[in-house]
Design a protein around this ligand. Sequence first.
Ligand SMILES: NC(=O)c1ccc[n+]([C@@H]2O[C@H](COP(=O)([O-])OP(=O)(O)OC[C@H]3O[C@@H](n4cnc5c(N)ncnc54)[C@H](OP(=O)(O)O)[C@@H]3O)[C@@H](O)[C@H]2O)c1
Length: 251
Amino acid sequence: MQRLISNFLTALLLLVATTTAQSTDSAGTVLITGANRGIGLAMASTFSEAGYSVIGTARRPEAATALHRVAVSVVPLDVTDPESVSALAQQLGGKPIDILINNAGMVSREAAEFADVDIEKLLTEYQVNALGPLRVTQALLPNIMAGKRKTVANISSMMGSMELNTFGCCMGYRASKAALNSFTKTLAVDMSGNATIFVVLHPGYVKTDMNNGAGNITAAESAAGLYTVITGLDETDDGKFFNFDGKPMPW
Ligand SMILES: NC(=O)c1ccc[n+]([C@@H]2O[C@H](COP(=O)([O-])OP(=O)(O)OC[C@H]3O[C@@H](n4cnc5c(N)ncnc54)[C@H](OP(=O)(O)O)[C@@H]3O)[C@@H](O)[C@H]2O)c1
């Protein structure tokens, strides 16, 4: 019952917020997962500054203070939880989503020696980084089809590239991003002819909590590049893998 009431209230807030945003002639609606910090938050700011209505998801919306300042709406979402994903779809109702950015992701600390790697733990990254975006895309497909751009941008990583795997490490993370790349390519092929655009993007090596701030670009720099790439996509880009600076990435 509590979840029902909370869903109803969120749907109501979403309706009021997006109606207000529409009346100010927004550039479109973008939904970004994992938008409460890191690259997701930076993209939420960038898209919002460019005139988009941003719907940001967070596992704990009540703690997503910075996101509340830039998003028209902050909705709860755990991408590993099918109930949470379907609650998001319910809250959106039939609202068109022009761009879905599957950004939520995680990396696990893995043993350096293969003999010590906990194989079962690799499933955690697979659930979040690979199946998570797939679940969200499936649940929001009617919203995406109702949008003008019909674009799904999946934040992958160069770590998912076979060709760029020259230094090993991080089996679960690499495999989960490679699976995400594969899912994206398959969707692009299966849905070609529907005016949809599915891409995967490497955001750069970005200073965020994920790498304890050890990147070589800021989240704002990454978001600026990703914004240019995503908003510049057309149907000829369907099924491709891009760097945040727009250069093609090898699979
Ligand atoms: N940073 C880099 O150098 C780099 C490089 C290549 C690719 N990437 C990719 O870029 C994306 C963003 O990474 P980041 O560096 O910004 O990471 P981050 O700062 O660690 O932020 C990760 C975001 O994902 C959310 N998240 C994690 N698990 C989730 C789940 N089960 N359900 C919903 N949300 C979940 C987190 O929410 P909570 O706050 O609730 O934990 C947080 O909002 C990820 O997909 C990552 O793999 C990053």
